[in-house]
Ligand binder design. Structure first.
Ligand SMILES: [Zn+2]
Length: 214
C-alpha cells in the first residue's frame, strides 16, 4: 500500500478534510470515513510532518506502518471468522456459495488469486456455474477417522481426516512447505542462469564459425 502511494493519498486527504477538525479539536476517528483502516494509524505522523525533526517523522511513519499491518491482519482474521460463522456453519437457502483461494504464495498471486477470482465473479455475473467448487459447508463434511493421507512433503502417513486437516496447518508441515518453495525458487533461478549461458554459448559458437570461414 505504501509503495502504491498510500502516503500521498493520506496527506492529501488530511489536508483537505482532517487538518481543520484536528486544529479545532473536534476530530473523531470513530465515525464515517475517518474510521477506515489505514488513516487514523497515521494521525501522529500527519499532524507533525514538517513541524518536527526528520528522524522523529521517520519514526512516527514507521510506527504508523506497523500499526497498519497489525490492524490489517486483525481485520483479515475477523473477516475469515465472520465468513465461517455466518456462512459455512449456518447453511441455508439464503447462504451464497463461498469460494476459497490459495493466497499464501505472493509470487503466484495473479495465477492463484486474481485470475480465479475474476473467473468466479464473471461466471456469477453471467449466471453460469463457476468452474471452481465452492468451499464445503461444515455440516457437509463427513469425517472419516480411518482415511489414510500421504504427505509427500513430510514423507508421513496421516490417519483420519481431522488429523490430516490439523497436519496441513501444523508448524512442521508449513516448514517443509516453505523449504520446498525456497528450493523451487533457487532451482528456477539456476535454470534461468543456465539458459542464459546456453544462449551466450550458442552466440559465441556462431561467431567462431564465422571467423573460421574468414
Ligand atoms: Zn506434511
Amino acid at each position: 500500500m505504501v509503495a502504491a502511494g498510500l502516503l500521498e493519498e493520506l496527506r492529501d486527504f488530511h489536508q483537505r478534510y482532517n487538518q481543520e477538525k484536528v486544529a479545532e479539536n473536534c476530530q473523531d476517528y470513530q465515525h464515517g470515513i475517518f474510521q477506515s483502516i489505514g488513516f487514523k494509524e497515521f494521525h501522529e505522523y500527519l499532524i507533525t510532518e514538517g513541524k518536527c525533526p526528520q528522524e522523529t517523522s521517520a519514526l512516527l511513519l514507521e510506527k504508523g506502518i506497523q500499526a497498519l499491518k497489525l490492524v490489517t491482519k486483525r481485520y483479515a482474521r475477523k473477516q475469515n471468522k465472520w465468513v465461517r460463522n455466518r456462512f459455512l456453519r449456518r447453511p441455508g437457502p439464503n447462504v451464497p456459495p463461498v469460494y476459497g483461494l490459495e493466497v499464501s504464495d505472493l509470487s503466484q498471486w495473479d495465477e492463484n488469486v486474481l485470475k480465479p477470482a475474476l473467473q468466479i465473479v464473471e461466471s456469477f455475473i453471467q449466471g453460469r456455474q463457476p468452474s471452481a467448487d465452492p468451499v464445503k459447508m461444515e455440516s457437509e463434511i463427513k469425517e472419516d477417522k480411518r482415511s489414510h493421507h500421504m504427505c509427500e512433503l513430510c514423507n508421513r502417513v496421516i490417519i483420519g481426516d481431522r488429523e490430516w486437516a490439523a497436519h496441513t496447518k501444523s508448524k512442521s508441515h508449513l516448514r517443509h512447505l516453505k523449504k520446498r518453495r525456497k528450493l523451487q525458487l533457487k532451482l528456477s533461478a539456476v535454470e534461468s542462469r543456465v539458459s542464459v549461458t546456453e544462449t551466450q554459448g550458442d552466440r559465441e559458437g556462431t561467431e567462431d564459425l564465422g571467423q573460421g570461414r574468414n
